[in-house]
Design a protein around this ligand. Structure first.
Ligand code: NAD
Length: 257
């Protein structure tokens, strides 16, 4: 593994534009379960209950959605950035990173020190809530308090529309600006590093393919295999935290000459 880390560090040193792409696996070491690992969110819930169409169509689905969303939000609120988030923020400070494209909704990149303007949140954020009808924003904590008292899905105090965390559900439109920017950055980089993603959720999972097709080197750091492993220049099936710490140390050694 040391040789592979050295090679990736060398690629970072040589690259003009590095993009890091992250998924739920980056935050499991912070105590937030991912979706697809054993013990992950889909061991407890049926993904079909959380399609956006169902959220719109029925009060029962909205309440089920809020129960799952609450269960995911509680560990996110308490979680601290781990060694991988911190190493990514350090790489940015060293001038090595163009941006982080993240599928995560937990705000841990920014809390670890990544600049908000360099973090593209493809699937939104769990830290705020808005009305699907009029767009009014709500403080998530206050909405969570209301849920405890009212024991039903929350509605807007202005227009009566349904409230939803500002995350993207299955079947919900992707945020236009973020998606466009993510594709542009993926196309323009010369090194694209995936960390902690199963690479099965579309369109996010097409970003590494876009990068590779446009000539970038592709590195995948993920505990389990992914559909993109065969096209990657390097694959490490390992834990994100220790791997990113070792990589950062190696990049620092190279920078120090
Ligand atoms: P996923 O659950 O499909 O896959 C996670 C991958 O991470 C798995 O392949 C697993 O092998 C790997 N992994 C788990 N722990 C790891 C570790 N410590 N080090 C290295 N690899 C590890 O997640 P995904 O690909 O991000 O896609 C699913 C969706 O999950 C995204 O839309 C995202 O919004 C959502 N999600 C986000 C959070 C979060 O914000 N923390 C949590 C759960 C789900």
């Amino acid at each position: 593994m040391d040789k592979q880390i050295e090679r990736i560090a060398q690629w970072i040193a040589e690259a003009k534009t590095v993009v890091i792409f992250t998924g739920a696996g980056l935050s499991t070491e912070s105590g937030i379960p991912d979706f697809r690992s054993p013990g992950g969110v889909w061991d407890k819930y049926n993904p079909e209950d959380f399609y956006f169409d169902n959220f719109i169509a029925s009060e029962i689905s909205r309440w089920k959605y809020w129960q799952m969303a609450t269960e995911m939000y509680e560990p996110m609120k308490k979680a601290q950035p781990n060694a991988a988030h911190i190493a990514i923020a350090e790489l940015e400070k060293m001038g090595k990173l163009d941006c982080v494209i993240t599928q995560n909704i937990d705000n841990l990149h920014v809390r670890a020190g990544s600049s908000p303007e360099r973090v593209i949140e493809l699937h939104g954020t769990a830290m705020s809530v808005s009305c699907l009808n009029c767009g009014k924003k709500f403080n998530r904590e206050k909405v969570q308090e209301r849920l405890k008292e009212e024991r039903q899905a929350p509605y807007c105090d202005v227009c009566g529309g349904p409230l939803k965390p500002e995350t993207i559900s299955f079947g919900q439109a992707m945020p236009v600006k973020e998606t466009q920017e993510a594709y542009e950055r993926s196309s323009a980089c010369d090194l694209f590093i995936v960390i902690g993603s199963s690479l099965v959720v579309q369109p996010a999972a097409s970003m590494p393919v876009t990068a590779k097709r446009n000539g970038a080197r592709l590195v995948i750091i993920n505990r389990d295999s992914t559909p993109c492993d065969t096209m990657a220049d390097m694959v490490l099936h390992d834990q994100a935290g220790p791997t990113m710490t070792a990589l950062l140390n190696c990049v620092k050694r190279i920078a120090a000459g």
